[in-house]
Design a protein around this ligand. Sequence first.
Ligand code: G3P
Ligand code: CA
Length: 358
Amino acid sequence: MTAKTLMLAAFAATTALPALAASFNTLTGDAPLVIAHRGASGYLPEHTLAAYELAIQMGADIVEPDVGTTADGQLVVMHDDSLARTTNVEELFAPRNGGYALADFTLAEIKTLTVEPYATASETYPGFVPSMADPYRVPTFNEFLDWVSDYNDANGTTIGVYPESKPPSTPAQNAGIVAAMNFHGFTGADQNSYIQTFDHLAAFEIAELEGLLGMEVPVAALGYATETADGYAVYDYINGSATTLEAMEGRLGGVGVSLGSPGLTSEFVAAAHALGLEVHAWTFNTMDPEAARAQYLEYIAMGLDGIFSNYPDLAVAAVREYADMAPVPLPAALPVLLAGLGALGAGRSAAPASVRAA
Ligand code: G3P
Ligand code: CA
């Protein structure tokens, strides 16, 4: 190998280095977290253990459950305040109070239901066999946490959880979520785990409650990104007001904003990062791989710290592609380049003629 070839090889090696950390515009410089929104909900029935398992197999960093409360005060993993869209409740029960509100059914009743596929989801995914015996029941929040904990223990992984306290984010529901997280050991700031709510007053209360328990799980305030006279902010649909990023500084871990937010810009993300806040965005819901790829790459470049996706395999692929595309930071590349230059210099001055000519 000539000295020039050696230098080129050294340079090429730098481009293949897994020096991903400093290549992203995230708060930490690490790759953005792929958050499986309701599990791999674009493929399998949402909020089921099977959908969470598939998401993890696809490479998701975090699994997201929405959390609501049953008639008998139990926390279950479900998005809607009605059982009708995602389960077969209408086949098994008569309406109550004119509908099928989650709050009107007991946990025992809900456990008789089957969760059904919605939108692009199906009952099966090619090549995937759920490991659990009854994968399409409505999980309790405790069952969900148990399952993720057991998965991490069995596989040596650090899959995070990202529960959302669904409206109404009552004090009892919020406290139940915090207590369950505490009980299952999701207590730290470094476990890829978060707690989120659209109710910003509840977000601050959850953070304070965590403080009382010595927990440090970052709390995220949901809404749409905007800019007010007081600065960048997130609009709180529940309380009808905008909470500035400055008001969140030091109290919350970040924000979860709608992809449809006109205010979700690079400047918004940079402003959040300057205050130590992460920016996560929802929901990446494009199934077509090429269209999805372009959307992911655009938002990854913006510096998002977390990506809520219904198709976590596509999000993971985009993060990996971006990592390969991103320029290697100079500090990581410098030693190898210098070695190559040194070899080139040595080749000019000391290599035998036969080598110099090669
Ligand atoms: O929690 C982020 C995102 O999930 C909020 O939207 O309605 O899907 O819970 P939604
Ligand atoms: Ca959610």
